[in-house]
Write a protein that binds this ligand. Structure first.
Ligand code: NAD
Length: 273
């Protein structure tokens, strides 16, 4: 089944569900990506720091799909922040992907201590104007970072990719994104499986006959956010895509909301450098 799509604030569309490839070993990335695309995935979320952009591009070519049917995301790593360094980093990503365009390029982390994210953003604006990148966005940005970017450049990111899972539901940041016209995309959407046994997940799983992972991914979709689960097994890839034929009830969504503990799996964006 093909994922639904969301509209970005620059008019382009993004599949609501895609494949994340963090920690996918370089030697199996192409096969994993091609398998996912064969099953119906249409977005591959990578990053320069993942070390597997060569496989990301190769898997897309192996799939045989027309380039325009696949959505490619990559990210500028922290050490490459700054205007000119970012221009060079994105060209290097394009070269590893062996593509002439990236669909979405994100600033990976704000790294406030470096104080370079506005310069980095200006470079992405230039790359968008030059057509090397179709849409530009950010990742792990907090409200103060978003407000500064927009205040200094007038260009609103299309998307903010943030840690979001049942234990870290990010309601305030999601509401800010909605007000600003920014799509929220969830990373570590399964939350390292820590909520698989929770009562609201188990109850919805029992009622729908879907797995705990599918219930959680469906919860993301019904929150209206985009989501990029990772699996390297064909069965896992298929399972994570098979979430567009059932609906959680309002009561089940309300029960899921009680699982929020404000607990991160990953680093704090205010201090991560
Ligand atoms: P995830 O929530 O997708 O979970 C992956 C883990 O869950 C793996 O161990 C996998 O084997 C397991 N899993 C997958 N499907 C399952 C299923 N159906 N049932 C049971 N277990 C299952 O975690 P992630 O990879 O950390 O995050 C997803 C993607 O988000 C990454 O691959 C990457 O693309 C992106 N990401 C971005 C950032 C960022 O800073 N922007 C940080 C982390 C991850």
């Amino acid at each position: 089944m093909t994922p639904t799509r969301l509209r970005l604030n620059d008019g382009h569309m993004i599949p609501q569900l895609g494949l994340g490839i963090w920690q996918v070993p370089a030697e199996i990335t192409a096969t994993t990506v091609a398998t996912a695309l064969g099953l119906g995935y249409r977005l591959v979320d990578g990053a320069a720091i993942y070390g597997n952009e060569v496989g990301q591009g190769e898997g897309i070519r192996q799939s045989g799909l027309p380039r325009d049917e696949v959505f490619i995301t990559t990210k500028v790593w922290n050490d490459d922040q700054g205007h000119d360094a970012t221009l060079r980093a994105v060209e290097a990503s394009l070269s590893r992907l062996a593509m002439d365009r990236i669909d979405l390029c994100l600033i990976h982390w704000p790294c406030p201590a470096r104080d370079l994210y506005v310069d980095t953003w200006r470079a992405l604006i230039r790359l968008k104007d030059e057509g090397r990148v179709r849409s530009i966005g950010v990742s792990n940005f907090m409200p103060s970072h978003l407000e500064r970017l927009v205040g200094e450049t007038g260009v609103i990111p299309v998307l903010n990719q943030i840690e979001l899972n049942p234990r870290l539901q990010q309601a305030e940041l999601r509401a800010l994104h909605d007000r600003m016209g920014i799509v929220t995309q969830s990373w570590t959407p399964l939350g390292q499986g820590r909520s698989f046994d929770a009562d609201p997940v188990q109850a919805a799983s029992l009622r729908t006959g879907k797995s705990p992972a599918q219930v959680i991914l469906r919860w993301h979709v019904q929150l209206g956010v985009a989501v990029i689960p990772r699996s390297t097994r064909a069965a896992g890839l298929a399972e994570n895509l098979d979430i567009f034929d059932f609906t959680l009830t309002d009561g089940e969504m309300a029960a899921m909301a009680t699982l929020d503990e404000g607990q991160r799996c990953g680093p704090d964006p205010m201090t991560f450098a």
